[in-house]
Write a new protein. Structure first.
Length: 212
């Protein structure tokens, strides 16, 4: 039985509220970051394809992942990106916007968190088969923009992604965010080889703050 269906991805997103975004400029950093995040309670990991060794990291993290841990690919834009991500073992795909990857991933049965900014884009992402939609960059429009989208689209699972830190989480939750994609505020200087011990502390903080 497939234990990585869109419905199960959505359930995990609702339960945990956190997608940890791993984006590094140098190879060799994504793997220890991912392992540290998993060890400290993160269940949804997004390794962006802009990371030099993203596919290798996805393959290893997916192979190591305990039951209930999802390792996905981020910055998935094209049909080729979808195929490369699936080939590496990604269990879900995250796009920066409404792009060919949304429909491609949906057709392949791969859960997809699609990026959008306007109501029209949210509707288009859902029509293409998105499992959930991320409002990106959330910091640009803030809570008021998120709420303006949430009100007419209550049936769409919306997450806040981009520039959201610990301090902003409660306000986005209040207006209906089902979860958060957190990169820089969580990973911090670990993306440049910084302390994994400090990353572990931040991970526990975000896991607790984002939990439904």
């Amino acid at each position: 039985m497939n234990d990585h269906t869109p419905d199960q991805f959505r359930d995990t997103l609702f339960e945990t509220g956190l997608v940890a975004i791993i984006r590094c400029k140098d190879a060799g950093l994504a793997l220890p970051i991912g392992r540290t995040l998993v060890a400290n309670g993160v269940r949804l990991l997004e390794v962006t394809l802009t990371t030099p060794d993203a596919l290798e990291a996805i393959t290893t993290l997916s192979a190591e992942a305990p039951e209930g841990i999802w390792v996905g690919a981020g910055t998935v834009i094209t049909a080729d990106d979808v195929e490369r991500a699936r080939g590496a073992g990604a269990r879900f795909a995250v796009t920066p916007g409404v792009c060919p990857a949304v429909a491609e991933a949906s057709a392949a049965g791969l859960p997809t968190l699609a990026g959008a900014w306007t109501a029209s884009e949210v509707i288009a992402a859902v029509a293409d088969g998105a499992t959930a939609v991320k409002i990106f960059p959330a910091s640009s429009g803030g809570v008021s923009h998120f709420k303006a989208l949430r009100d007419p689209l209550p049936h769409v699972p919306l997450t806040a992604v981009g520039g959201v830190g610990l301090a902003e989480i409660p306000a986005f939750r209040e207006v209906g965010a089902v979860g958060f994609g957190i990169g820089g505020p969580l990973v911090g200087d670990a993306a440049r080889g910084g302390s994994l011990d400090e990353l572990a502390v931040r991970a526990r903080q975000f896991v607790e703050a984002c939990r439904a």
